[in-house]
Design a protein around this ligand. Structure first.
Ligand code: HEM
Length: 138
């Protein structure tokens, strides 16, 4: 029951965080086409004010719930080494933790990511993480 609850929270938080990245990459990045530089700056800031209040927290909930899920499903490492599931889950979790680490640094310590500053990078990671989450049970 608790697992199902946390799993559901994980999916919703990932949906909110990933959803913003999709909207940003697919639509907001095109906003400047019809606007002057000044107008674009203003319009983007008007949106980002609200984004900053929600998205970093959605990412933190995704990481925290992910850590709980991980602790429940990873299982014992057998004498033969990591299973296929454990390998894919470890890769997925590492990528998710990297995103979380970046997000927390940015939100609370004002440290801008030193590599891959644009949103296309977290966007690509989310696409890969979702794929890994689907193939890990094969
Ligand atoms: C922003 C980063 C993350 C994204 C986009 C993400 C995305 C997802 C998605 C789409 C699923 C599949 C849900 C389903 O099909 O039912 C999932 C499951 C899972 N995630 Fe994440 N996740 C993220 C971060 C993390 C982190 C940091 C961890 C662990 C440290 C983690 C651990 C897990 C586990 C263990 C499952 C399997 C749950 C199950 O099927 O029972 N996730 N995640």
């Amino acid at each position: 029951m608790l697992y199902t609850l946390i799993h559901t929270i994980h999916i919703y938080s990932v949906f909110i965080y990933g959803g913003f990245l999709f909207v940003d990459i697919l639509f907001l990045s095109k906003m400047q086409e019809g606007l002057s530089e000044e107008e674009h700056k203003k319009a983007r800031e008007a949106i980002m004010v609200h984004v900053r209040k929600v998205i970093p927290y959605a990412l933190m909930v995704a990481v925290a719930s992910g850590l709980y899920l991980f602790s429940q499903v990873f299982g014992e490492i057998s004498d033969d080494g990591f299973s296929y599931f454990q390998i894919i889950l470890s890769i997925k979790a590492s990528l998710g933790l990297w995103l979380g680490f970046r997000g927390i640094n940015q939100k609370f310590f004002g440290i801008q990511p030193w590599v891959f500053k644009a949103h296309i990078f977290p966007f690509s990671l989310v696409v890969i993480i979702i794929l890994l989450s689907q193939i890990m049970y094969l």
